[in-house]
Design a protein around this ligand. Structure first.
Ligand SMILES: *[C@@H]1O[C@H](CO)[C@@H](O)[C@H](O)[C@H]1NC(C)=O
Length: 265
């Protein structure tokens, strides 16, 4: 049998890459980790659905319509890791978190609806299959006082949108790990500083979109670059960093944003 030449192989690879790129840029494709959805109606699912979703995902799905248009959102299938208070894997709409098999039924938004999906570093499951559509009529007014009907009360948590930070590890090799620090900006700001505390001293820190006060030790302050000091309330700040260490692996144990502590998820 003749082996394909490198040229052919590269051609095939290129096709795959182009295909993936095409899928990646078109909004609203099923199974994407987040995106912007502009259609009058559509479906969103967890990444890879109906296969298990990957670990360490943070997906933000923004469903948009004109400001005077209502959007209805509901879930047909839900199979997420279950945890008390939905602190591990969860789906969140309008500050309501669900997990396990709790289905969201008829959640409404005006003009825009943000849906967030998070998976932690343990236990995968098939995930969710949900739909949205633009609606007219009176349902919405009734729903304003009762924004959610869940099929059960286990696996349910009501919360103000969380002022939380997440450290999501993406990569690890001997003496190093690479993570995203993901912060939902609690309050609009024109400049920021983030104080990070580690459980063990670090021996080096690489970070690209912030200036670190130091690259060693247990406490580091990250300040904004000239181009990213302005952050709206609720915007998501994702800071990619690489930590090097010797001995016990350090973990981020606490952090503050502009002096206020944020909980860590
Ligand atoms: C932080 O952002 C502000 C603009 O909002 C800018 O004036 C300041 O220089 C930035 N800080 C650094 C260290 O670049």
């Amino acid at each position: 049998m003749k082996r394909p030449t490198c040229g052919v192989l590269m051609g095939e690879l290129l096709k795959v890459v182009l295909l993936l790129t095409a899928v990646g840029v078109s909004p609203g494709v099923m199974g994407d980790c987040g995106g912007t959805y502009l259609d009058a109606k559509g479906t969103i699912t967890s990444p890879g659905y109906p296969n298990n979703y990957p670990m360490n995902q943070l997906c933000v799905y923004t469903i948009k319509a004109s400001p005077d248009t209502r959007i209805k959102f509901w879930c047909e299938e839900m199979k997420l890791q279950e945890s008390v208070g939905c602190t591990k894997d969860w789906l969140m709409v309008n500050g309501v978190y669900v997990c396990g098999k709790t289905k969201l039924r008829d959640v409404y938004g005006q003009g825009e609806l943000k849906v967030e999906f998070r998976s932690d570093n343990k236990i995968k499951a098939p995930g969710f299959l949900c739909h949205y559509e633009r609606v007219t009529g009176t349902d919405y007014e009734e729903q304003l006082t009762n924004t959610l009907t869940a099929s059960s009360t286990t696996g349910l948590r009501y919360d103000a949108p969380c002022e939380c930070a997440k450290v999501i590890q993406k990569n690890e090799w001997r003496g190093n790990f690479q993570s995203d620090l993901v912060i939902t900006v609690p309050k609009a700001t024109t400049s920021w500083s983030i104080c990070l505390r580690f459980s063990q001293p670090i021996s080096n820190l690489r970070v690209w979109i912030a200036n670190p006060s130091t690259t060693t030790g247990r406490t580091v302050t990250l300040t904004n670059k000239s181009y990213n000091g302005n952050q709206a309330q609720g915007s998501i700040l994702k800071i990619d960093f690489i930590v090097s260490y010797t001995g016990v692996k350090p973990a981020v144990t606490s952090l503050t944003f502009n002096g206020s502590p944020l909980c860590l998820q």
